[in-house]
Design a protein. Sequence first.
Length: 596
Amino acid sequence: PPATANTYCITTQGVIPVAYLVKKKVRGKTYYYIAECKWVDGKPRVVSQKYLGSLEKIEARMTAPIPTPVSGTDAEYGASAALFSLAQQLDVVGTIDRHVPKRNQGLSLGEYLLLAALNRAIAPSSKRRLGEWYQKTALYRWLPAKPSLLASQRFWDHMERLDQEHIQAIEAQLTARMVEKFHLDLRCLVYDTTNFITWLDTLNPAELAQRGHSKEKRYDLKIVGLALLVTTDFHIPLFHQVFPGNRTDSTQFGSVTEDLVERYKKLAGACNDVTLIYDKGNNSRANQQAVDESPFHFVGSLKACEVPELLEVSRTEFSSLQGGDLAGATAYRVQREVFGVQRTVVVTYNESLYLGQLQGHLGRLRKLTDSLKELARSLARRAEQVLEGKRLRGKVPTVSSVEAQTQSILEKAGNPYRQWVKTTVQPGEADMPHLAYHVDHGVVEEFNARHLGKTILFTDRHEWSNEDIIRAYRGQNHVEMAIREMKDPHFLSWEPQFHWTDQKIMVHAFYCVLALALVNLTRRKLHQAGIELSTEAMLRELTGIKELVHIYHKGSRMKDCITLSEVSGLQRKMLAALGLEYPTAGKGDESCVVGD
């Protein structure tokens, strides 16, 4: 069009601007621009104008070869962007920095903690390797840091500023923000404990790291206990506490009830009718009294010895349960006094649980009888050698010594297995003791009928149906899932953990739990978009999304550019569901920052 013309395409949708060339003469020379107009306040207005140059320069550009990158690098994008975006929404860095401020120099304490949490979630490593991992991620664009700032000593210099009071206050604020922003379901909350091994020296004075009942069977190492309160809504952690590894679960539960009540008060605005779920390892009269006096309702489980008479109830008195998720399960309901108060007690029977427990019991029984068989065979071989006139080494076994060995094997097997196997030791051939044993199948069958497949629940939710009570207690698997995730060696791992003071162990626990929260909130967001993935599968898909930095020769006048690696259909859906932008602008350009 002529230089003075404004060109539009008029449609039923209105006036759509059309870009056009504008020719201008400046000091006798002709230059070209590309202009765009829009309809503004009822009149056409030029809204943008870009200089193209002279005709010769335009022609040179059109005929010149297209510059190609001289090199390139790649960095992990998907998981870093997703978790960092959630951390922005929760204001993780700002919340931490408001509680523990520092001089505006280098990274803030909040930025250090967030980096540690993201590292735990995506690629757990020691603090010495934190900088190496950071340089291979897209975090350099959102949390820029010099390599010297990520040295392990610099990290721990900052972490020493954080104490237990700070951690509790920060966690309380982040929890409230999670509930408010993501509308978490708080009707049922699950409490449980676990422990983690440490590599601390035996003489280390740390009070948290102690030898105790290791759930990983590493009795040669000191352990640290962790208590968690999580939602049944994608097991988002709302509260945590680190405790000495030699403290029992019931003792820890008694010490944490006041803290749980305080956390309840902070959440009461979002849900004023919360049911606390916990297992029988936390039971004691004092603990139950504390729960009764708290604002929580509860669903717990009982040990068989606490209500032995209910094991005698015939299975014919159990009633079927409604719902496909409860198929194969029946229940018997009764009112009983438990810990001095009248409760609703529900005994459940589950066929799948029965078969699983039966398989486990038979395996341990087989191990016991194999040990007895080996002892009997060794005695028989020794008797044969004596009859053949061979000279034997070692102490000659006697009836009393073999009885002691047999008793030791039975004691090691423990209850109920030592009651299932009957043994006799008598003099045999060549005055050698003879060991005989058999399984009392009547006792085994009686035990199986009374105990296997049964779970005894008790609650103050008298108005709930059997199905409601059982489903609530099955929510216990949410905290068990959270604990398993923290023991995953690839993602979200508590280990490696080499910290040698109580304060450092508490900080380590805090950013591990923060990592768990960010990951499970991400998984919840994908679920709401119809994308169902396990935690491991989600993180593998996200970490497989890379950003590519294309680096051009300086003389080409081309800016370094960031693009996304080729993604699968699933990965593309995940990016869209998480609201992540594709990094396609110049390196460092603000338009590359992930969205909310």
